[in-house]
Every structure is written in structure tokens, then in C-alpha cells.
Design a protein around this ligand. Structure first.
Ligand code: AAL
Length: 385
């Protein structure tokens, strides 16, 4: 073969190989590539860079008023906190701790809400969104909700269980919207997101889609969620010694009510539990609790999808529910342009599991950054008006 055609052929083949690698790599998120690297290294050691502005530590405190600890009620999985016309609002999963027939603390739940003028003493306002009629997608339970405000409308996204199976697996993510935080709420007729069903599985979210949270980002609506799937864990790390690995995904839409399309780069984390994301700098930041090798890290993605490790939650002890990590953190989302790294996670409401008074129950608490300087002081504004 002459030299020129040979060179051309070599050039062509290199390009084909490059294009194939590029395609494969481009459909994997940074988190997936890191996980593959951990597997290749043969250990699950995570490299956490030392960027002090990305580290955070927390204190937790009991609330007062109707949300003070009371084992008669189980209140859990709080939404973000928002301020509307000078009043703070939070939504959460509500049930009586001993409600008959409950198979799990999030079974037979409804979404309740409470308001406060100082973020410490709360008044329960009652039902926001309740379970649907027999046969509907949220007939068995409506739970684990998040609030999202955009252009004069309020949106509650939540986990919906049609029947007992949906309490553990095969649930959906549903939504209700209102013109006021006090309702009335109208349900979007069909769920927005469901577990992946695809013969090519297993997938990280083929069993369940949990903990939805919407951010407005890049003029689109990013619905982050936690997947539970039948994949084998790589570098699994769970509480109570479980070999567990939970991953998050994102589904993106042009409108808050959808349709939402799952990102081809999912999963976007290789660790996590209840979703905790916020708008930070020009991108999105997140904080990971348990269930995977990168537990206790704070991460950032300029594009909201490819997250890199930036820092860590100081004083966090995995396996220790009394450590100050805010479990199921619902972040205070102020109306502010301040998007410095961890300001978005400066305070909020979380839940605590406890085994006391002969019962296993949960209650809501306040968490705050130990570094008071990052807490936005918005006492002089009314929030959303
Ligand atoms: C929580 C959340 C979801 C699960 C259950 C209730 O930690 O991840 O909401 O379904 O537990």
C-alpha cells in the first residue's frame, strides 16, 4: 500500500476510535467515571480536596410550638423553607405515629404545612395535599415533598404511592400547584416521573424514584431525585453496616409541570440519600449523606449534571444519628442573589429518627451552619411578595 492512503486510513481509524470513546464517555456523568475509577483502583478511597470555602458543619436544635417533639405525631422529610410576605413556610410528611395498618413511617401519610415568623416557633396549619381517591396514583400515601416557587406559582413535588408496593418500590413522583402557599392545591393529573422500566437494565432507578427537588437552572427546570435500583453496589457503604449504594438522577423540563426527560448522563451521583441540592455560584451544589463511597462530601457542577467533589461536611460521623448532619435537610431558600458556595445550605429544617417513649418515631428540627457568617440575614425583607 502506498504511504498516503495508509496514513489516511490510520487517521480515519484513530478518529473512529476517538469518536466511539468520546460518545461512551459523554453519556457517563463525572460521578460514574469516578466510580469506575474506584473499581479499577481496587479500593474505594475518595479524594476530598481541601477547599475551606466548600466545607460546612452544622448544629441542630429542637423547634418550638406545634413542631416541638411529640411522639404522638410523626412529622418527617421536610421541604425547603421559603419566606412569603414575611412568614416562613415548611411542608412535610404527616401521620399519627400509631396510625392503624401503617407498614412504615411514610405509609398512610399526607402533606401538612406549618408557618412561623422567626423560623423557631411553628404553627401547624394542617393539610396541604392529601391522599387521592381509591385507584389514584397517590391513594396509599403522599409523602416526602419539596416546595418550588416560580413566577407567582407554588409547586409541591412529592412521592406518591398508589398501593403498598409504592411504599417501598414502584412509586412515582407527583405534583400539585397553587397561587398561594396556603393553597388550594391542584394536582397535576398524571405523575411526572416513574422508575425506569427497560429490558436492558438493571438501572439505578428501576425500583423507585424518591426525594424530588426542583431547581430553576439554565432557563430549565431540573428535577433531582434519588433512585433505588437493582444494580449491584460498587464501593457500597451504608448505615448500620449495610452494603448499600444509592444514586441520584435528574430529569429536565421546559416547564415546571413537565414533561420531564431523564438525563442520558444519569446517574449523576454514586452516593446519597435524601436529595439536597442548591443553586451555587453559576451552577448547582449538593451535599451527600449516606449510602455510597462519597458520603459526607459537598459537590459542585457547573452544568448541574457533572458533579465534582469540592469539600466535606465537617464533624460528620456516618452511622451516628446523633452526629449533627441534618438528615433529610430542607434548605432555607432565601430570595437573594448571593450564590456563594455553601450559603444555600446555611439553615433549614431536617428530621431526626428516634426510639423513645417505647416508639420509633421522627420529628422535625432546625439545623444551622456553625459558621454564622454564611447565614443570609434577610430580616429586613418580606421574601416572596
Ligand atoms: C426517606 C426518603 C424517602 C423514602 C423514605 C421516605 O429517607 O428517602 O421518603 O421513601 O425514606
Amino acid at each position: 500500500m502506498k504511504l498516503l492512503p495508509l496514513l489516511f486510513l490510520t487517521f480515519l481509524m484513530c478518529n473512529i476510535t476517538y469518536a466511539q470513546n468520546k460518545k461512551t464517555a459523554s453519556t457517563k456523568s463525572s460521578a460514574t467515571l469516578r466510580l469506575e475509577q474506584y473499581a479499577q483502583n481496587g479500593n474505594c478511597d475518595v479524594n476530598i480536596p481541601n477547599n475551606p470555602e466548600w466545607n460546612i458543619a452544622f448544629n441542630r436544635y429542637d423547634l418550638q410550638g406545634d413542631l416541638a417533639p411529640n411522639n404522638y405525631y410523626t412529622r418527617r422529610d421536610p421541604s425547603s423553607v421559603i419566606k412569603v410576605e414575611g412568614k416562613y413556610y415548611v411542608w412535610y410528611s404527616y401521620s399519627l405515629t400509631d396510625a392503624p395498618g401503617k407498614e412504615a413511617p411514610w405509609d398512610y401519610n399526607d402533606l401538612y404545612y406549618a408557618t412561623s415568623t422567626d423560623g423557631w416557633t411553628w404553627e401547624e396549619q394542617g393539610l396541604a395535599v392529601g391522599r387521592g381517591p381509591e385507584g389514584s396514583f397517590d391513594h396509599r400515601s403522599a409523602f416526602t415533598t419539596e416546595i418550588f416557587y416560580h413566577e407567582k406559582k407554588f409547586y409541591l413535588v412529592y412521592q406518591a404511592a398508589k398501593d403498598l408496593e409504592g411504599i417501598y418500590d414502584k412509586n412515582t413522583i407527583a405534583m400539585a400547584y397553587a397561587d398561594s402557599p396556603d393553597g388550594p392545591w391542584t394536582k397535576v393529573p398524571e405523575p411526572l416521573v416513574a422508575p425506569t422500566t427497560d429490558a436492558d437494565g438493571p438501572f439505578f432507578d428501576d425500583n423507585a424514584v424518591h426525594d424530588p427537588c426542583i431547581l430553576h437552572f439554565n432557563n430549565k427546570f431540573y428535577l433531582y431525585y434519588k433512585g433505588e435500583g437493582s444494580e449491584e453496589p460498587i464501593c457500597g457503604v451504608g448505615v448500620w453496616g449495610l452494603n448499600k449504594q444509592v444514586k441520584w438522577g435528574v430529569a429536565i423540563a421546559d416547564n415546571p409541570t413537565g414533561p420531564y426527560v431523564k438525563s442520558p448522563q444519569n446517574p449523576i451521583t454514586n452516593t446519597g440519600h435524601e436529595v439536597c441540592v442548591w443553586n451555587s455560584e453559576n451552577g448547582v451544589a449538593l451535599m451527600l449523606h449516606q449510602d455510597g463511597p462519597e458520603y459526607g462530601t459537598v459537590q459542585y457542577a457547573e452544568d448541574g449534571v457533572n458533579f465534582e467533589i469540592k469539600g466535606k461536611v465537617n464533624d460528620f460521623v456516618l452511622q451516628d444519628y446523633s452526629s449533627d448532619y441534618p438528615e433529610a435537610a430542607g434548605l432555607y431558600r432565601p430570595v437573594t442573589d448571593d450564590k456563594s458556595p455553601v450559603t444555600g445550605v446555611s439553615w433549614g429544617i431536617c428530621h431526626t429518627l428516634t426510639r423513645s417513649g417505647g416508639k420509633f418515631w421522627m420529628y422535625l428540627r432546625r439545623f444551622e451552619s456553625k459558621d454564622k457568617s454564611i447565614i443570609v440575614d434577610d430580616s429586613d425583607n418580606e421574601g416572596i411578595v
